[in-house]
Design a protein around this ligand. Structure first.
Ligand SMILES: [Zn+2]
Length: 314
């Protein structure tokens, strides 16, 4: 049995992580919650080159530690692993594994092999998960039926096609997940397990994703399937769902203003026919040109002021 514990589950429209270096001893665990699917989506957006650089540094420290036995190198390696864990919750897992072995005095040089593998695998996992999202979960490309999309993809492609994410056996328990709820709880051994669990959660729960019209990032469709703007955390901007809605409102307002302008001039010109200032043919000709100008304005080719000036002088 592992001394450490790390678990992940979905509950109440969120994803939850609990980890504890001394899980086997029953001490209080650290709990972190994120919006649904946020860990996977933000993993896809990680700069792999930067993470690889950090992992290389960590490996260098561990190699120095194992070759010299000098504990300052081990401490430095742990500090760097902590920085990586702060960058993304997935990296909390290797941190926890190394932390526990270091504290128990059971570190072994063979453990660096796993870090070396991770270095190679991270970009592969990123590509495979990205591809999976595009062909199975993207509602605008794959449709709404995630089960059908997935079985279709995995039937036409070779089961071990390298482009597709490889689902494997993962360690999933069952138990209490929040108040008065029970469900599947992942006990991951590797970062791959976390990706695997998140992707299968989407397929089994039928959750699609869409690219946000404002920021271009994928977001899970947990509410209305027609949602176009994400609610994902943004470092320094307002949530897209608010910004996007305001933009749309402004666009509608602009269209209203254009239509109002057109209608007023239409009435004015129409009245001229009755007053004998304009023939019916002249009016029809004006109307055609006015409609074209109105469309130019709606398409943003000319400004509302340009339209007003044209209308006034026509
Ligand atoms: Zn967005």
């Amino acid at each position: 049995m592992n001394m450490w514990s790390y678990q992940m589950y979905f509950s109440g429209g969120q994803e939850h992580f609990e980890y504890d270096p001394w899980g086997g001893r029953g001490s209080a665990a650290t709990q972190r919650s994120y919006p649904y699917l946020e860990s996977l989506l933000s993993f896809l957006e990680l700069d792999c080159a930067q993470v690889e650089g950090q992992l290389q540094d960590i490996l260098t420290c561990w190699n120095r530690f194992f070759s010299t036995g000098d504990s300052t190198h081990g401490d430095e390696a742990m500090a760097k692993m902590g920085e990586l864990a702060a960058r993304h919750i997935y990296f909390q897992l290797p941190y926890l594994q190394w932390f526990t072995h270091k504290a128990a005095g059971t570190l072994a040089p063979e453990m660096t092999e796993e870090l070396l593998q991770l270095l190679e695998q991270l970009p592969v996992y990123q590509r495979q998960a990205q591809a999976f999202i595009e062909v199975v979960l993207d509602i605008d490309r794959a449709g709404r039926d995630t089960q059908r999309s997935m079985s279709g993809q995995y039937r036409i492609n070779e089961p071990d096609a390298p482009a597709l994410f490889q689902f494997q056996a993962i360690s999933v328990g069952f138990g209490s997940i929040g108040e008065e709820m029970c469900g599947s709880i992942l006990q991951p051994n590797t970062i791959r397990d976390l990706i695997d669990f998140s992707l299968r959660e989407c397929v089994t729960s039928g959750t699609s994703v869409r690219r946000c019209r404002n920021c271009g990032r994928y977001f899970p469709l947990t509410g209305r399937v027609t949602a176009e703007y994400c609610e994902r955390p943004n470092a320094d901007r307002k949530p897209c769902r608010n910004t996007g809605a305001v933009q749309k409102w402004t666009e509608n307002r602009k269209d209203d203003a254009v239509f109002k302008e057109y209608r007023r001039e239409y009435k004015r010109h129409f009245a001229w026919i009755r007053a004998g200032k304009l023939s019916a043919e002249e009016f029809a000709d004006w109307s055609k040109r006015a409609q074209a100008k109105k469309k130019d304005c709606e398409d943003g080719k000319i400004s509302l002021d340009d339209l007003k000036t044209w209308m006034k002088n026509s």
